[in-house]
Write a protein that binds this ligand. Structure first.
Ligand SMILES: [Zn+2]
Length: 275
């Protein structure tokens, strides 16, 4: 039998500036209807800046039974924020998110999975602010952010916060988070099925996606830093994302908070350089 994979979603507005049309609300509303139809409740991580902009959408997400967590402040990677600003922003956004949803905020996901050695100060701050778990580490080498020395299965930080790292599969020398974002969109179906089978025994399997992954009609805009190939990949496979996600998570009612509660006594990982 296939494992139940948790559906997770990073609610963000990936436009480079306000001159480009805002699309995330129009994409997420019908997606929420689809999730209802597929019998899926999961975890949605919201970028702090969107809480004041779209409270009705966020309230609707919570009312449909999804867990709502925080996805950073303005989607800046954690090393760019530094601990002081991180603490202040997370404290403020956590309060406003809890007041919109009427529920405590238990989980955090770092933008671009940017919990890396340079931002290893973050777990302690999250624990102090009442967070129970984080889902912020990519335990692999990656051109953007990754922490290849971190455990690939659930662990605890020395402060007690549970970490649910991105589930990765080995493909040659690489460890890839195949069940999410660009990997899930661009991979051939056979590779997705293979990754799904390989993750059968993972103790905390989750899939991740973003609004734009489900938006085949978005006009292409000049994306900085990614180059021509990167731009192709950002728009590639969006039309097949819906059926793929449905095939992987239909019927799943697992939230990351529920998974984290199973790993409350996971082994402690001491980042190198700490004791
Ligand atoms: Zn994100």
């Amino acid at each position: 039998m296939s494992p139940t994979i948790a559906f997770t979603f990073d609610l963000e507005d990936h436009r480079p500036d306000r001159a480009v049309e805002r699309r995330y609300v129009a994409i997420v509303e019908p997606l929420l209807d689809d999730l209802d139809e597929w019998g899926v409740t999961g975890t949605v991580f919201v970028v702090g800046d969107l809480i004041a902009e779209s409270p009705d959408l966020i309230r609707s997400i919570a009312e449909r039974g999804h867990e709502v967590g925080l996805h950073g402040t303005d989607h800046s990677p954690l090393p760019e924020l530094g601990p002081q600003r991180f603490r202040a922003d997370v404290e403020a956004f956590t309060e406003s998110l809890a007041s919109v949803t009427g529920r405590p905020v238990l989980g955090f996901r770092a933008p671009t999975l940017s919990l890396v050695p340079a931002s290893a100060w973050a777990p302690e701050i999250l624990a102090e602010l009442g967070y129970v778990y984080s889902s912020s580490v990519l335990p692999a080498r990656n051109p953007l952010f990754g922490w290849p020395e971190a455990p690939a299965e659930p662990f605890r930080w020395p402060c007690g916060l549970v970490e649910l790292p991105a589930p990765v599969v080995r493909l040659g020398p690489a460890r890839l988070p195949m069940l999410g974002g660009v990997y899930l969109r661009v991979a051939p179906s056979a590779l997705v099925k293979w990754a799904h089978r390989r993750l059968r025994h993972h103790p905390a399997p989750w899939l991740y996606a973003h609004p734009y992954d489900f938006d085949p009609d978005e006009v292409r805009w000049a994306m900085p830093l990614v180059g021509r190939m990167g731009k192709q990949i950002m728009w590639w496979g969006r039309r097949r994302m819906r059926p793929r996600v449905r095939g992987l998570v239909a019927g799943s009612d697992l939230t990351l908070a529920a998974i984290a509660s199973r790993h409350a006594d996971a082994p402690v990982f001491h980042p190198p350089g700490t004791t």
